[in-house]
Design a protein around this ligand. Structure first.
Ligand code: SAM
Ligand code: SF4
Length: 341
């Protein structure tokens, strides 16, 4: 796709060569996790960065401040499992002082220990992963017996009226038979459920035949509730999920169709890994270290600009199914656990 020359003249360091302004920073705080979701964490694990090479709370704050100065207005804290960081409370309160929208992605296992201060964070939005409503399947996909904790903590978040979304990665033959149950869960609890197409990352045994597509999800919902039951919402400019509601229910749901219907045109997302590297796309193995120059007292703003300008238009160059199916394109990338989603 050709760059839009008018917008390329935009001097903002967070504007790429297609005129996309990056205003949403997703910061991974940790590479470790208390679950082992097979689509995220490779079976043989990942090499963890030593703690001293992970960003500390002051560094996270300073880097975030630079991004905010350049137009970032939304920050998400993710991981690994961000609540495993002993200094998570300090981090979120420091970042919060920057005045952006703030959000958290968590598996919710430890949420109850953090609720007392999370409640104080105005307009915090929380995304929680839950891939099955069945205890045994939850254990099968996460390799940990943590369904009850997760589920109870989700109910606590709902009761406390947090701005909550449930993320469900759909895998054919594993949990696609729970789509209607999740829709009912959404309606019963008045909570947004987002179905995510299974994406390829290093070591996650991705195969297109295991991906449940946007069309398959919509067709199933229409055949269950009636073809006129769906109401499609107007998507915001930089949407990630296409959102819907269902007539005569309280259900709201979204589909993150990165594989079959990507939304790269309006991408405003930039990622910072726990060890201080900028990634310009979830699927890109092109990274720039900004933590080292920062620690050395060297400038690094131009490095951020460089990697933004190098961003390709669609899924880091995987712009068709042939490339997506070619492991050479994604096996050099990090595993999702070390990116943060
Ligand atoms: N531990 C937290 C959690 O699970 O929500 C935060 C980190 S996790 C990497 C962030 C999100 O990435 C989760 O919603 C997870 O389901 C999603 N994710 C991980 N691997 C994925 C994959 N291969 N395809 C699609 N989504 C994936
Ligand atoms: Fe952990 Fe989240 Fe990855 Fe599951 S999806 S292994 S909870 S980081």
């Amino acid at each position: 796709m050709e760059a839009n020359m008018k917008e390329v003249k935009d001097k903002n360091i967070l504007t790429d060569s297609f005129g996309r302004r990056h205003s949403y920073l997703r910061i991974s705080l940790i590479e470790k996790c208390n679950l082992r979701c097979s689509y995220c964490m490779p079976a043989n694990g990942v090499p963890f960065t030593p703690n001293k090479s992970l960003m500390n709370p002051d560094e996270i704050y300073e880097i975030s401040k630079l991004f905010v100065k350049n137009g970032v207005d939304k920050i998400r804290l993710t991981g690994g499992e961000p609540l495993l960081r002993k200094d998570f409370e300090e981090i979120i309160f420091k970042v919060k002082t920057l005045g952006t929208k703030i959000s958290l992605t968590s598996n919710a296992i430890l949420i109850d220990r953090h609720l007392h201060y999370l409640r104080k964070i105005n307009q915090l939005s929380i995304n929680v992963s839950l891939d099955s409503l069945c205890k045994f399947k939850f254990k099968e996909i996460t390799l940990r017996d943590q369904f009850d904790n997760t589920y109870e903590n989700i109910l606590k978040l709902i009761k406390d009226r947090f701005n909550l979304k449930i993320n469900v990665v759909l895998i054919k033959g594993f949990n696609d038979n729970e789509i209607i149950d999740f829709i009912k869960f959404s309606s019963d609890h008045k909570v947004m459920v987002r179905f995510i197409e299974f994406m390829p990352f290093y070591g996650n045994k991705w195969d297109n035949s295991r991906c449940v597509s946007q069309d398959q999800i919509l067709n199933l919902i229409k055949s269950h509730f009636g073809k006129d039951s769906l109401i499609e919402h107007n998507n915001k400019k930089n949407f990630i999920a296409r959102e819907y509601s269902l007539k005569n229910t309280n259900s709201k749901f979204g589909i993150i169709s990165t594989i079959t219907n990507p939304f790269c045109d309006g991408c405003n997302r930039i990622r910072l890994t726990a060890n201080g590297k900028i990634k310009n796309c979830l699927f890109s193995n092109n990274e720039i270290d900004i933590l080292s120059p920062m620690r050395n007292g060297d400038p690094y703003e131009h490095l951020i600009n460089l990697i933004i300008k190098n961003k390709l238009h669609t899924r880091a160059g995987m712009d068709n199914f042939k490339k997506l199916n070619d492991p050479n394109f994604h096996s050099n990338n990090r595993s999702m656990i070390a990116i943060g989603g």
